[in-house]
Design a binder for this molecule. Structure first.
Ligand SMILES: C[S@@+](CC[C@H](N)C(=O)[O-])C[C@H]1O[C@@H](n2cnc3c(N)ncnc32)[C@H](O)[C@@H]1O
Length: 486
């Protein structure tokens, strides 16, 4: 996408191409949506209102609201010969929606593409395009709470506000949104008990339509009565095949795949049965801690040859190595402690070469910014304990969008492999235990368990919180009994 101007950023001013507006309207018309009134709450140049004239012959009234008078004038010109059209120059957050909606006749279609603008963007540009404090109706989850969140998107507020206002009305909401925002709107509606039914998400290619690298979709929901809390997901706007169905569980939230969840819910655990997934080592100052084998010597990030006691130097696999199953990486990590907070002064005696190496770079190591190093022994690292030194591990990268677990044994020199802090792993007592756990995690049931819960468009879909939810003991036993493999 071309660089946004300040105005574009604050007002999310990216008009929907007429062809996409037409495709959305056609999709809605195919679903037998026959509105008497169409409302476009942030109508811009009016492309949706224009497209609607072709696809909704029963529609008698069209209403558009838009904050930008230049855009509204364009909409006026485009709709000049369409009777029953009312265009209002106004700010969504200051419009009296109770009054305006009371004048509109059902069935009502609220269609459009609200501004995709986050709190963070507004604060960078010191924009004021957000709502004032509101009094929410009982039962709804508090739009005010939303505005304080750093990842709050005003399109979310707009849609949640509309869902509230449309309660009891025979209305359809059809909005283009970031997929993550659409999911939040669905989760809010379902958790607050809003009466919505027939919820659907239709994925669309935002790169193609808006030149934007973001996961986007059409959110479709009907008000007027409550339905079951499921949402069909279509891989593309124009395609009839349902890719999966989202679900909802109180206390859990949105479920990525309802069918897979039904098949694997029994493997969910909390409390005592949770497995302790560890993160790899956090050290900062990679140029000092990370070494590479070059022509039989170890070299640090400054290109200096490093000579330290071998037991303090362990083979390292980074997230990308784990994701791509690279075994012999030629990378090593300086590991001065065996547990968090272990005194390092004794290294002077126990490992004089290591002590000298770390002392030479002491200023750099002392200047590490993260607060975790404050008040800790010099040269401290984190994510270190007995588990670090287990020769057998099962690991997964937290940076990659994949459920590939790796069985990791000792390196060719017999030393335990260590990971960076973007890798999650389980330390295992033996090769046999690691193999059984790995097989279970890669089994159909193991993969389905996580697939039911993962939204792959999230930045980091694989998290320790997600991994902990699986009752691993139960899954290993299940795989043993059923001989299920990946
Ligand atoms: C993503 S564009 C979409 C325009 C139009 N809905 C379409 O689909 O082509 C968002 C529109 O919202 C308008 N807008 C932004 N903030 C607004 C507000 N607070 N009230 C009303 N309109 C607003 C912008 O000027 C812009 O025209």
């Amino acid at each position: 996408m071309a660089k946004k101007s300040r105005e574009q950023a604050i007002f999310g001013d990216f008009q929907t191409p007429p062809a996409l507006a037409a495709l959305v309207c056609r999709t809605l018309a195919k679903r037998q949506i026959k509105p008497t009134t169409i409302l476009e709450p942030t109508c811009g140049d009016g492309h949706f209102l224009v497209a609607a004239t072709t696809y909704f012959p029963t529609c008698r009234h069209r209403v558009g609201v838009e904050i930008n008078p230049v855009r509204l004038q364009r909409a006026r010109e485009a709709l000049a010969t369409t009777p029953g059209t009312k265009l209002v120059c106004g700010d969504f957050f200051r419009v009296d929606w109770s009054n305006l909606l009371a004048t509109l006749q059902d069935p009502l279609l609220v269609v459009g593409n609200p501004p995709w603008v986050t709190n963070a963007e507004l604060s960078v540009h010191r924009g004021q395009n957000f709502p004032e404090k509101t009094n929410n109706r009982a039962g709804f989850t508090g739009l005010d709470g939303l505005t304080g969140k750093s990842n709050f998107d005003i399109s979310q507020w707009i849609c949640q506000h509309l869902v509230e206002r449309l309660q009891g009305r025979e209305a359809t909401l059809a909005m283009l949104l970031k997929t993550a925002v659409a999911r939040k709107i669905i989760a809010d509606a379902w958790s607050s008990g809003a009466a919505v039914h027939g919820v659907e998400l239709h994925m669309l290619d935002a790169k193609q339509h808006f030149g934007a690298h973001v996961d986007a979709c059409l959110l479709l929901a009907h008000t007027g009565r409550a339905g079951d809390r499921t949402c069909r997901v279509y891989q593309q706007l124009s395609q009839p095949e349902v890719a999966c169905e989202l679900g909802y569980e109180p206390g859990v939230g949105l479920i990525a795949d309802r069918v897979l969840r039904d098949a694997t819910r029994g493997f969910e655990t909390t409390g005592a049965h949770q497995t302790t997934w560890r993160s790899g080592i956090k050290h900062d100052c990679a140029k000092v801690f990370e070494l590479r084998a070059v022509d039989g010597q170890l070299v640090n990030g400054f290109g200096e040859v490093v000579d330290i006691e071998s037991e303090y130097c362990l083979p390292l696999r980074k997230s990308s190595d784990v994701a791509h199953d690279r075994l012999d990486t030629g990378r090593y990590l300086v590991v001065p402690q065996r547990r968090v907070g272990e005194d390092t002064a004794g290294l002077q005696r126990r490992a004089p070469k290591l002590w000298q190496y770390l002392s030479i770079h002491g200023d750099r190591l002392d200047a590490r910014k993260s607060r975790i190093y404050r008040g800790r022994p010099r040269f401290s690292i984190f994510g270190i304990g007995d588990y670090t030194f287990s020769p057998w591990k099962v690991a997964i990268s937290g940076l990659y969008k994949s459920l590939e677990f790796r069985l990791v044994g000792p390196a060719s020199d017999g030393k335990p492999v260590v990971f960076d802090d973007t890798v999650y792993f389980l330390a295992c007592a033996s090769r046999g235990q690691a193999a059984a756990i790995h097989a279970a995690l890669m089994s159909k049931t193991g993969q389905q368990f996580f697939s039911a819960l993962i939204f792959w468009d999230q930045k980091r879909p694989v998290t320790a919180g997600l991994l902990r939810r699986l009752d691993l003991e139960k899954l290993v036993e299940h795989c043993r009994q059923t001989r299920e493999v990946g």
